[in-house]
Write a protein that binds this ligand. Structure first.
Ligand code: FE2
Ligand code: FE2
Length: 328
């Protein structure tokens, strides 16, 4: 079922009624106007998901309507399709620099019309989703930065880990959706640190046993925080298992090899590389090349050998250094 609203603007009463019933049969909600002015009045009452407009109309023509719609920021992304007679076509292309997808020639078959409408609506939804995704990611980064404010020595940590992890996944041939989930996981991997006492988090020296025990709770605390938030669930494995080690000597569960989710094995490398190349009050940072060698020497010990290989490829093509320099 389509719940989308289409604004149909056409001065010919016959054509308007015909198109309206065609669209209604497809379960679209249809608003109509006999010219641009009437169309704008309708739009103030309800914002359509798509506008289908004739060009030559009395009072306010299709072009003027198009300009009026595009001049309002909240209407700028509404797909706009011109319905035009053949003789007008050259005129439109020359005058408006519109793409071919922005106009349909009259007469048009119902099938062609519906296909064009569906494809435009589909694309504008993808765009909306992408925008939504972007704003989610921005708010997550903000949240993660809130932890960094408490833990000043990890400034930029989240962004770097996210980018290192993504680069490794690209070398492993991951899909866009998998990479997206990995980005979420990377952003949130240390979210549990929000519950770690400030005196432990900000201690100006190595942690004692008791403090380490506290620090080591952050994966489970983080998992607890995002559990039940459907949208964040893809991040769970990374949050919970990013301190597990290939040889089973990590925490919190001591999982071994493939028992550790692959996204966590990737973030483990990204996270360690970043930790080693960041200065702490009680120790000097390593040079990127030294940290890289450290990761290689732990291939098959602390880290998954195949992921170390992907990391090495990323290093050899200078991708890792680029990220290191981009987020100081
Ligand atoms: Fe961590
Ligand atoms: Fe971390």
């Amino acid at each position: 079922m389509n719940a989308e609203t289409i604004l149909l603007v056409e001065d010919s009463e016959v054509l308007r009624q015909g198109l309206k019933s065609l669209l209604e049969q497809e379960d679209y909600l249809v608003l109509t106007g006999g010219n641009g002015k009437e169309a704008l009045e309708k739009m103030h009452a309800k914002t359509p998901d798509l506008i289908l407009a004739d060009i030559l109309m009395p009072e306010m023509d299709g072009y003027e309507l198009f300009e009026a719609v595009r001049s309002k920021p909240e209407w700028i992304s509404i797909p706009f399709i011109f319905l035009t007679a053949r003789r007008e076509r050259k005129h439109i292309l020359a005058g408006k620099r519109l793409g071919a997808e922005d106009y349909l020639l009259k007469p048009i078959s119902p099938d062609d019309l519906l296909t064009a409408i569906r494809s435009r609506l589909g694309r504008s939804q993808q765009l909306l989703l992408a925008q939504l995704q972007e704003s989610y990611e921005a708010s997550l980064i903000m949240l993660a930065n809130a932890i960094e404010v408490r833990d000043p020595y990890t400034r930029g940590h989240v962004e770097r880990v996210m980018n290192y992890a993504q680069t490794i996944a690209e070398y492993l041939g991951w899909t866009a959706i998998e990479i997206n989930n990995l980005r979420f996981g990377s952003i949130l991997h240390d979210i549990g640190k929000i519950n770690i006492a400030a005196n432990v988090l900000n201690k100006q020296g190595p942690l004692n046993d008791e403090e380490w025990a506290e620090m080591r709770k952050h994966p489970e605390m983080g998992a607890e925080l995002v559990k039940g938030i459907h949208y964040l669930e893809p991040a769970l494995p990374v949050i919970l298992y990013h301190h597990e080690r290939w040889n089973g000597k990590g925490y919190p569960f001591g999982l071994k090899e493939e028992k550790i989710p692959i996204s966590s094995r990737i973030v483990a490398i990204a996270d360690s590389f970043d930790a080693m190349t960041t200065r702490r009050p009680y120790r000097e940072e390593l040079k990127p090349g030294e940290a890289f060698n450290e990761i290689l020497s732990n291939r098959g010990v602390q880290y998954d050998p195949l992921i170390v290989d992907a990391f090495r490829h990323a290093w050899e093509t200078e991708k890792i250094i680029e990220i290191f320099k981009a987020f100081p």
